[in-house]
Design a protein around this ligand. Structure first.
Ligand SMILES: NC(=O)c1ccc[n+]([C@@H]2O[C@H](COP(=O)([O-])OP(=O)(O)OC[C@H]3O[C@@H](n4cnc5c(N)ncnc54)[C@H](OP(=O)(O)O)[C@@H]3O)[C@@H](O)[C@H]2O)c1
Length: 292
């Protein structure tokens, strides 16, 4: 199958590589062409714009951030909707807010196209090992049509409902990821300020009932103060917390903890941590602790 893939960052480059390993022909585009080189070396074709990708593809995947990059790739002057043949499917795997996804579904519909929101959970290593979880919103028939492709990139596929429902579940998950990471970083800072050794804190907290399992994978980074290269850049976590806040505003949900975590991460970006892994929120908080 001729598959278009737009967005070859940490996640997209690895997802596209798995489609290629599955024997499919790729037509790729990325703002920074260098990142496409490993795929081009293995036979993918380069296209100079999203429109040029879509003109040649039977299905198009996008994996972009921030949301404006998705808007531009779809609706810009060289956007994919201008050239994708009616009846074809656009699968947006980017993490975006549900109302945005529903807008994109509507734009696709007015162009005679089909659309799925299919954001993922899992990070760099799950993308590499084709072990992502896809959270899909849209028509069941459209999911059935692209399921074999999703299975080349992931191990689990959850159909969450109609357009925007995959994005909805993803936003809920990342609300927990962001508040959970911030709460754990604060716990470490509190423990250390009280004189507890960091190793003792890790031993007591990780794997126990009060901490989320993902935090175990952040131990080494925090112990070594090593936040680059990022698995998930702090800047994108803050983006997702913002998207969750926007979504909550739209739906009328009150989210005091979410908004605190969102602003905390904003301050960390200002302090230079945006491109680091999101576990660097600990480094930001610890660095701003009063020494008495
Ligand atoms: N990393 C994770 O653990 C993870 C997990 C689940 C979901 N996600 C989601 O996956 C998506 C991609 O994230 P990532 O981690 O792969 O991040 P990334 O490595 O920073 O990739 C971002 C992608 O968007 C492109 N982009 C950024 N700004 C752009 C602009 N102004 N115009 C056009 N393209 C632009 C980048 O192009 P360049 O290469 O030119 O910068 C790159 O292709 C995001 O929506 C993120 O929230 C990430």
């Amino acid at each position: 199958m001729k598959i278009g893939f737009i967005g070859l960052g940490i996640m997209g480059s690895r997802m596209a590589a798995n489609l290629q390993k599955g024997g499919h022909t790729l037509i790729v585009h990325n703002r920074t062409r260098d990142k496409a080189e490993p795929l081009l070396f293995k036979g993918a074709a380069w296209a100079g714009s999203p429109a040029a990708v879509a003109a040649q593809a039977e299905i198009v995947f996008t994996m972009l951030a921030p949301t404006q990059a998705v808007t531009n790739a779809a609706l810009g002057p060289d956007g994919l909707l201008s050239t994708l043949e009616p009846g074809r499917l656009w699968v947006d795997c980017s993490t975006v807010n549900p109302s945005f996804s529903r807008e994109m579904a509507e734009h696709a519909r007015t162009h005679g196209l089909r659309f799925l929101d299919a954001p993922v959970t899992g990070s760099r290593s799950q993308a590499e090992q084709a072990a992502l979880l896809f959270l899909v919103g849209g028509a069941g028939d459209d999911l059935a049509a692209c399921r074999p492709l999703l299975e080349l990139m992931g191990t689990r596929i959850t159909h969450c409902g109609g357009p925007g429902m995959g994005a909805s579940l993803k936003i809920v998950i990342n609300q927990l990821l962001g508040t959970g990471m911030a709460a754990f970083a604060e716990a470490l800072v509190l423990g250390e300020s009280l004189g507890l050794a960091r190793a003792a804190l890790f031993e007591a907290l990780l794997g126990g009932p009060v901490t989320a399992p993902f935090l175990q994978f952040k131990r080494e980074r925090i112990e070594q103060g090593n936040y680059e290269p990022a698995d998930f850049p702090l800047r994108w976590l803050q983006k997702d917390l913002h998207l969750a806040a926007v979504s909550a505003h739209e739906s009328g949900a009150a989210m005091p903890l979410l908004n605190a975590a969102k602003e905390l991460n904003r301050l960390a970006i200002r302090d230079g941590h945006g491109d680091e892994d999101f576990a660097a929120i600990y480094s930001y908080l610890a660095g701003h602790r009063e020494v008495r």
